[in-house]
Design a binder for this molecule. Structure first.
Ligand code: GLY
Length: 400
């Protein structure tokens, strides 16, 4: 628990400093991108010597922990290298990104879980966007076809996991993120099947995952005979009825993206309701970085989840561009506060420390005792994405 007190103390110092001598957010972002480039150069050099592996977190000794491309987090490090290439224009990151991307290509054939969307769209999706590399299209389309095998028309959703011991047909809120690959696949191939599956999945997620207050369940499992919900539970949250923080932010990001891809106002309205729920959460701390679960019993002495803060910031920056001016300001103010907090010493590591990850203090699964108060590859990815999104938005408004 030592770290939770330290974060709270550092966060108050940061917010005092912010009030008295507020550094412009543009300066904060430029400094943080420059730092991230240095930190990830160290990481990339280490990873060059570990063929086929991808960074995940740190181990008990505080050293870099890696895994194969099979792990759902495998696409985030190559994705972050693409973002650093975009942010710095340094050809070194293009080289690193291409090298590390190749390590996740085999996941295009993965059909036994839903993570192919996360893995390929963060890596090859960004690579395609930034370089137009033609063969990335085929890799992404093959991945989308693999993901499509997990769609059951009776249920109308893409199945997340294979866990017959616990659930017949589990669909987790995180799965909203995989729809981006499906939307892309229809745009590229002209085959509307992927789009229709994504829309069906999103519609059923609104219907079955969300509670009246616009918080959501983590896992909704369906009965494969009737197509009806069999269970509403959690896997990584505090309890079945609690609001697991990262799940709430996956939903916010997922429905904002679904609106971008469909222009269906139903998704925008849903994203706005989730955003309002999150922004007005009584348990959202002053520095705007969520605890790992909004209903964790020991709040305020619970671990933060920097990854949720980063995902929420990135989603809010996109959402701010689709909503009315007043709510847009609220979204941006929250995202700005989150970027400032994550860029402060309370969350951002020192050069060469933290297993060469950029951010500290995330949680994979407290109930399962996995990576509690650790760096995580996806916290860094969405933090970089949030900063680049903020920068792009401000440049568009001529404020950068
Ligand atoms: N998708 C798994 C997680 O958010 O931890």
């Amino acid at each position: 628990m030592k770290n939770t007190f330290l974060i709270a103390a550092l966060a108050s110092v940061v917010s005092l400093f912010s009030c008295s001598e507020k550094k412009s957010i543009n300066v904060t972002i430029d400094e943080s991108l420059a730092f991230s480039a240095k930190q990830y150069t160290l990481m990339a050099e280490v990873m060059k010597g570990k063929p086929d592996l991808l960074p995940k977190s740190i181990n008990k000794e505080g050293k870099l922990a890696t895994d194969s491309s099979r792990n759902w987090v495998s696409g985030f490090f190559p994705g972050s290298l693409w973002y650093l290439y975009e942010g710095t224009k340094d050809a070194k990151f293009l080289e690193y990104a291409r090298l590390i991307n190749a390590r996740v290509e085999r996941e295009k054939f993965t059909t036994n879980n839903h993570d192919v969307g996360f893995i390929l769209y963060c890596s090859f999706g960004n690579g395609l966007r930034l370089t137009g590399e033609k063969n990335y299209n085929e890799i992404l389309l093959t991945g989308a076809k693999s993901l499509a095998t997990r769609f059951n028309p009776k249920i109308g959703c893409i199945k997340s996991w294979e866990r017959p011991d616990k659930w017949q047909y589990p669909v987790i809120i995180d799965n909203m993120m995989n729809l981006e690959l499906m939307f892309w696949a229809t745009k590229y191939s002209g085959d509307s099947t992927f789009y229709k599956m994504a829309v069906s999945h999103a519609d059923n997620t609104i219907k079955n995952h969300y509670r009246p207050d616009f918080s959501c369940y983590h896992v909704v499992s369906y009965d494969t005979i009737t197509g009806k919900v069999e269970k509403r539970q959690t896997a990584q949250g505090y309890s079945d009825e609690s609001a697991w923080a990262r799940g709430q932010t996956w939903g916010l990001y997922g429905f904002t993206m679904a609106y971008r891809e469909t222009k269906d106002k139903k998704y925008l309205d849903h994203a706005v309701k989730i955003a309002k729920y999150l922004i007005s959460q009584p348990n959202l701390p002053a520095d705007k970085i969520p605890y790992w679960d909004f209903n964790a019993p020991g709040i305020p002495n619970e671990q933060r989840d920097a990854s949720s803060g980063a995902i929420m910031a990135s989603a809010l920056i996109e959402l701010s561009q689709y909503v009315d001016p007043e709510f847009s300001k609220t979204c941006l103010a929250t995202a700005e506060a989150q970027i400032r907090s994550l860029s402060s010493p309370a969350y951002r590591a020192k050069l060469g420390e933290n297993g060469d990850f950029i951010l500290m203090h995330s949680v994979t699964s407290k109930p399962k005792n996995v990576d509690i108060d650790n760096p995580l590859a996806y916290a860094d990815y969405y933090y970089l994405e949030a900063m680049l999104r903020y920068k792009a938005l401000m440049s568009k408004q001529k404020n950068y």
